[in-house]
Unconditional design. Sequence first.
Length: 112
Amino acid sequence: MKQLIKIVVIYLFGCFLLHSCFNCSRYTNMLLQQECNIIVDIVVPTGASLFKVKGHDPITHDLKISEPNRWWSLYANEIEVGDTIVKKRGELTFNIHKKDTVIVHKWKCDEN
């Protein structure tokens, strides 16, 4: 029984990896549609590998909450309260504006 469970887990993990690779271009297109311009007030723990922040718009000062995002979560350790995170629609860069530095992360689709 334990052997069967191991086989099922390995199979599902393999399917997940293959599924992720085959959908890379679709995920890239989704990222192109996203936009965000938030001064970070708090990083919200999501309990998963997703990333979400609460903050405010630097122009209108309206409350903003980012959409949960797996790509941005790769850089969560670089983001602090007071930073501005920027993702422009139609671009594949995620920018973290600090007081004296702008960190730019470019999306790379590893479909091969």
